[in-house]
Design a protein around this ligand. Sequence first.
Ligand SMILES: [Zn+2]
Length: 261
Amino acid sequence: MKGLFGRTIFASGLDAVLLRDAAVVVAFHRVQERAEPDDGLTIGVDLFERYCRFFRRHFRVVPLREIVEKLERGERLKRELALTFDDGYRDNFEVAAPVLERLSLPAAFFLVTRWIGTDFVPWWDRERGARHPWMDWDQVRALHGKGFDVGAHTRTHADLGRVAGVEAEGEIAGARLDLERELAAPVDLFAYPYGGAGHLSDANREAVRAAGFRCCCSVLGGVNATGQSPFHLRRVPISPWYESPGQFGFELALGRSVLAE
Ligand SMILES: [Zn+2]
């Protein structure tokens, strides 16, 4: 029902008013051939492709850095949408990237640098008895070589609301060093782990800026308005709980994608 209503809103152009002067950044984790019904971090590749087509039809899909640059210059946002992926799962390279390439869509991949190329299992997968491999550095370089952006998501998925000082700097500036060494290219996009309001202290947001990054992404939901700081960039997590891209659009247009802060 909501999906149908969402499609109607988008089809009628009402969304053009609701989302005027705004940019949307969406966050994915895993894209696989099949998603388990109770897995909130994985979306099936068919649904992923439907999202991509929905984005392309209703937004101007741009690289994340284009939104960052507009915010830096104080320019008006005009219905841009950027795709991002968190953590560095191998299916991003094997399953998601081929769809993005086929549809000519840009995206940014935020990596936990010390997990790339390892068989480390993070607590949220271990808890479910699941194991999802990470990309290796050759795959990361291949993504970068295809023109996708690669950004930092700390070294070990640190909760930047809890760690401070030297440890936080290692996680933030260290992740940038790791990526720049492996890619032999500048890296200036950052998304903080967990992404909630309590997962980034003010001091660590400053440390992100001081480390040479140009943005800091949350997953607080909501849209980004002209004039806001790129260090408070909001992303909407695309959850498999959305019935359809139409429902996602509906919630977004009505301001209901914003998480409680
Ligand atoms: Zn993450």
